[in-house]
Each structure stands twice: as structure tokens, then as C-alpha cells.
Design a binder for this molecule. Structure first.
Ligand code: FAD
Length: 393
């Protein structure tokens, strides 16, 4: 039990909280910070990937120390074709985020192994009774409540495998959908970290959140065997069950977590509705926040509410696509939606992942004969047909 005081207190030392701390320490070095994390390390246990085209202006310098591997292009594989896209792809890791934060912040600014119990716009109380007061409190403790969201789930288990011999993959396979389809849209994702080291993730766009870790681990082993890779060790493992958003109520989403603090990251709804990826949004938000002239609690609360609302409003099109994927396509036919999408113009694909699709892109993605029944697609788009399920149900 103790007391701590800072200009800015950041609750949750994950991706968003970590990037806000890095942005503030770099761009506003005059400010004192305190970063509180429940675990003993910062960043959790993730590989966070992104396309170079996702990065906002000024984002490269901030993200550079976190990058563990970079490739100039990536592949996709579908039953109908294979394609190489010349968009650079990068992988960052939690371990590097932890290292970068410990280099950037003074040791006293990082409090790990500490659980936040409650917070307001200017205070936080930890479960051991420690009181933190700050000019502003930023709550970046991850997604807490899915009750106001409809859609589906992206769930996966990934393993970093050590192989007996080189795997032969020159670049990442971001989607290998030539695998047997189970539990919705299934694909395998491969990142070749070294010649004899590969990260293999078995991923599902599924209706339900249940994750059978052992089954997915077996499927990773089967996939490796089918590629002719002999696994000699598992270096790391991660898993995730992420919401894929087809609809919802922004005000309810926010009120379920709003204790008066500035919300950041997935907690603020700052992720791509269809991919659930949040790194580009977390980076954009961190840079925008650090550029705010007034970093007081009231002013930052207004800034973050407006930022998140704009993000939510701009996401309507991606939510409609999620609805199409989940409510209009039969689970074992969902891969066809992605197969068609990946046949489109590479720049359109880049803008899609960056959440910056133009009007023409939006039309192109939906134009032609969609690979889902036309009546089902119309029903979803008009809101008169099948509706996506509530995630909290
Ligand atoms: C395994 C995995 C892989 C992913 N891969 C990608 C990817 O490749 N690219 C991408 O863009 N997105 C990816 N995502 C999705 C998304 O970007 C991540 O979930 C991201 O970590 C969300 O960032 P965040 O900061 O909002 O939440 P988190 O990173 O989860 O951070 C929240 C932090 O708050 C801490 N916390 C929670 N409650 C408390 C409390 N009461 N007191 C103190 N601390 C608390 C948690 O321990 C955690 O460290 C992935 C997600 C997972 C789970």
C-alpha cells in the first residue's frame, strides 16, 4: 500500500497503454508518467503484426523498437488461387514492448504485478490499497464487456516452432485457406521468423467463442507435418478470442467501462471491426493524444470520447461486411468472401486493413456477384434479413 502521483497515469501496460506511454515519453518528455500493469511483464504474450501501409505518419519511429521481423511482401492461398502481395509486413512482440518501455521510462514510473480496482478521471486505487493521483488517468485495460456488440469471433492458437531443417517459406503466409474448413472460416497464418523457426497460427472466424486449445495445437502439428516440417520444439505459444463486430451500441459499449477516465485501446473500441486488429489504431491514437495541447483530465476525456466516436462511426462499412460474413454466408462457405476480396487491387486491400477504404473501394468490395446468396446479402444490408448474434448472449 502506498501513494503515487504523476501528470498522467496509464492503467494497463498492454499494447495501447504501452504505446501511449512511449509516445508521451518521446513527444512530451516534460511530463511525469506512471504505468500500472497487473502482470509482471508489460505487453502480455502476443505477436502483433501489421502492414507497413497501416502506419500513420510519424508512426514508424515509435513502432521501430518493437519490430521483431520485417518482410517485403506476403502470400495468401485459397482453394482457387495463390497470390503474392508486395506490401511489406512486420511483426512486433510483447517482449520488445516490455524492453522499449523499460528503456523509455524511469523504473519508478512502471508498477507491475499491481491490479487496478477502481478509477476516476484523476485517481486510481489498486487492490493493495495504493492510491494514485494524476492530472489525467488513461484507462487502457483491454476489452471488458461484449454485451452491446453483435457479430462473431476470431479465435486462434499460435505456436512458434523450431524446425529440424529450413522451412523454405520466403515470406509470411497471412492466410492459407486451403486447409479443411471447420467452425466457420478457418485459415492458417505463418510467419517465418528464421530459416528454421516459424510461427504457425490456426485461426477461425466462428460463431462461438469456445476455444479447444488442444485440438488447435494438434491441427498446427498436422499442418506442419503436411508441409514436410519436422518440429523439434515449441518456443512460444499464444491464443486469442477476439470480437468481430457486425453492430452494436457505441454509447452502451462505452458506458459499460466508463469510470470517468480517458479510454484507450480495445477498451475504447479502437480496433478494426472485421479483423479485430488494433495496432494501427493504438498507434494513431497514441500520436494524436501526445499532440493534444491540453493534457488535463477534462480536455483529454473530451478528446478521447470524440476520437472513439468518430472511429466507431467510420467503422459502419466494416461492420456491414462482418454482418455479411457471419449472417449471410454459410459457415463453410465464408472462405469464398475472403477469396474474392484477396483477388482485388493490392492498394484497395492495403486501405481496407488500414481502415481507410475509399468510396470506390467500398463499392468494389461489394460489387459484382457477391459469393454469398444475393437474397441473404440484401437482407443483411437492409437490416431486414438474418441478424448477427449478440456477443454477450
Ligand atoms: C494473442 C493475440 C494476438 C493478436 N495479434 C494481433 C496482431 O497481430 N495485430 C493486431 O493489430 N492486433 C492483434 N491482436 C488484437 C489486439 O491488437 C490485441 O488484443 C491488443 O493487445 C489490444 O490492445 P489493448 O492495449 O487494448 O489491450 P491489451 O494489450 O490486452 O492490454 C490491456 C492490459 O491491461 C492489463 N490489465 C487488465 N486489467 C487490469 C487491471 N485491473 N489492473 C491492471 N492491469 C490490468 C492487462 O494485463 C493487459 O496487459 C491480438 C490479440 C491477441 C489476444
Amino acid at each position: 500500500m502506498g501513494v503515487a502521483q504523476a501528470d498522467i497515469a496509464i492503467l494497463g501496460g498492454g499494447l495501447a497503454g504501452g504505446l501511449v506511454a512511449l509516445a508521451l515519453s518521446r513527444l512530451r518528455p516534460d511530463l511525469s508518467l506512471v504505468l500500472v500493469e497487473r502482470d509482471h511483464t508489460l505487453g502480455g504474450n502476443h505477436v502483433w503484426s501489421f502492414f507497413a501501409s497501416d502506419l500513420p505518419q510519424g508512426g514508424e519511429a515509435l513502432i521501430a523498437p518493437l519490430i521483431d521481423a520485417a518482410w517485403p511482401a506476403y502470400d495468401v492461398r485459397f482453394p482457387g488461387y495463390r497470390r503474392t502481395l508486395e506490401t511489406p509486413y512486420h511483426a512486433t512482440t510483447s517482449h520488445r514492448l516490455d524492453q522499449a518501455l523499460r528503456l523509455a521510462l524511469p523504473p519508478a514510473a512502471i508498477i507491475t504485478g499491481a491490479e487496478v480496482a477502481t478509477c476516476t478521471g484523476t485517481t486510481a486505487t489498486l487492490t493493495d490499497g495504493t492510491q494514485i493521483t494524476a492530472g489525467a488517468v488513461i484507462d487502457a485495460r483491454g476489452v471488458a464487456d461484449f454485451n452491446s456488440i453483435t457479430g462473431g469471433w476470431q479465435k486462434f492458437v499460435g505456436q512458434r516452432l523450431k524446425l529440424a531443417a529450413p522451412h523454405g517459406l520466403p515470406r509470411p503466409t497471412v492466410m492459407d485457406a486451403t486447409v479443411a474448413q471447420h467452425d466457420g472460416y478457418r485459415f492458417v497464418y505463418c510467419l517465418p521468423f528464421a530459416r528454421d523457426e516459424i510461427f504457425v497460427e490456426d485461426t477461425y472466424y466462428a460463431d462461438g467463442p469456445d476455444l479447444d486449445r488442444d485440438l488447435l495445437v494438434q491441427r498446427i502439428a498436422d499442418y506442419a507435418k503436411a508441409q514436410g516440417w519436422q518440429v523439434v520444439g515449441v518456443l512460444a505459444e499464444e491464443q486469442g478470442v477476439l470480437p468481430v463486430v457486425a453492430g452494436g451500441d457505441f454509447t452502451r459499449l462505452r458506458s459499460s467501462v466508463d469510470g470517468g477516465a480517458v479510454l484507450a485501446g480495445a477498451r475504447a473500441g479502437l480496433f478494426h471491426p472485421l479483423t479485430s486488429y488494433s495496432l494501427p489504431d493504438a498507434l494513431r491514437f497514441a500520436l494524436a493524444l501526445a499532440a493534444e495541447p491540453d493534457l488535463g483530465a477534462q480536455s483529454l476525456a473530451k478528446f478521447s470520447e470524440h476520437y472513439a466516436r468518430t472511429h466507431w462511426n467510420n467503422g459502419w462499412y466494416y461492420r456491414k461486411l462482418t454482418a455479411l460474413l457471419f449472417a449471410a454466408a454459410q459457415p463453410d462457405q465464408r472462405y469464398r468472401v475472403m477469396q474474392r476480396f484477396y483477388s482485388l487491387n493490392p492498394r484497395l486491400i492495403e486501405r481496407f486493413y488500414a481502415g481507410q477504404s475509399t468510396l470506390i473501394d467500398r463499392f468494389r468490395i461489394l460489387a459484382g456477384i457477391p459469393p454469398v446468396p444475393v437474397s441473404a446479402a440484401l437482407g443483411v444490408l437492409t437490416g431486414l434479413g438474418a441478424r448477427p448474434k449478440a456477443l454477450g448472449a
